[in-house]
Design a protein around this ligand. Structure first.
Ligand code: DC
Length: 225
């Protein structure tokens, strides 16, 4: 790793507030924001479109290897097509969680994720960034919130009239799958700072994260530079 590059890893379950926060922190620090969930979602969308069974580990791995995924200017491109909005659909959320259980898919996407951080300092959010993708990240945050709060935020974000209990149920199923899978499950890395965002404003969470960044780097620069 280049000594000057800084990795801020933000992991946590759905609805903990990772994306909004990661975007803000990246803006504040002048780093690139990488939402790795979008990468899994793009592969899942492709599988759904091609009617590939989510049990077919071999085909899913092939898709993950062949997919051309670009994250640029807040948009998500799959094989050149803008799929930013479509990958947010609930059916894609569930499929992404299932696709991400496949070891071959994770392996293929590991190099994609590492490649995205080659050129610049990044704020990278996901489930296994501090534990697997960048265990050497200088800053690791584990963001969490109470389940009811996470479901409420997700419902607001989706702006759906759907039953709140249905949204909460789906989220819980996805979280359990993400935490229980054998390969790179959602866990708090031992050296990650836990921040519980329940009842905190975005500004308060942002300040808490920036405090950790300052403590672990020289004010957003790699130590020794
Ligand atoms: O962050 P998200 O909700 O958009 O992620 C969608 C799914 O992708 C999530 O349920 C699990 C998977 N994922 C993963 O396994 N590892 C990551 N680093 C990011 C997401």
């Amino acid at each position: 790793m280049s000594e000057k590059r800084i990795i801020v890893a933000i992991d946590g379950p759905a609805g903990a507030g990772k994306s909004t926060l990661a975007k803000r922190i990246a803006e504040r620090l002048g780093f690139v924001h990488i939402n790795t969930g979008a990468i899994y979602r793009a592969v899942a969308l492709w599988a759904l479109r091609l009617n590939v069974s989510l049990e077919d580990m071999y085909r899913l791995e092939q898709l993950a290897k062949e997919a051309r995924i670009q994250l640029t200017g807040g948009r998500v491109l799959l094989n050149g097509e803008d799929v930013t909005d479509e990958i947010r659909e609930p059916r894609v959320s569930q499929a992404a969680s299932r696709v991400s259980m496949v070891p071959g898919v994770r392996q293929a996407l590991l190099s994609v994720q590492r490649g995205m951080a080659e050129e610049s300092s990044v704020v990278m959010e996901g489930r296994d960034i501090g534990s697997v993708v960048f265990p050497e990240a200088q800053v690791k945050i584990f963001l969490d919130a109470e389940p009811a709060e996470r479901a409420r935020r997700r419902a607001l974000e989706l702006q759906e009239q759907r039953d709140f209990t249905a949204i909460a149920g789906e989220m819980q199923a996805r979280d359990e799958r993400d935490r229980r899978r054998a390969e790179a499950p959602l866990v708090q890395a031992p050296d990650a700072e836990l921040i519980d965002t329940t009842g905190l404003s975005l500004e308060q969470v942002e300040e808490a994260v920036l405090r950790v960044v300052r403590a672990r780097t020289s004010n957003g620069r790699a130590a020794g530079h």
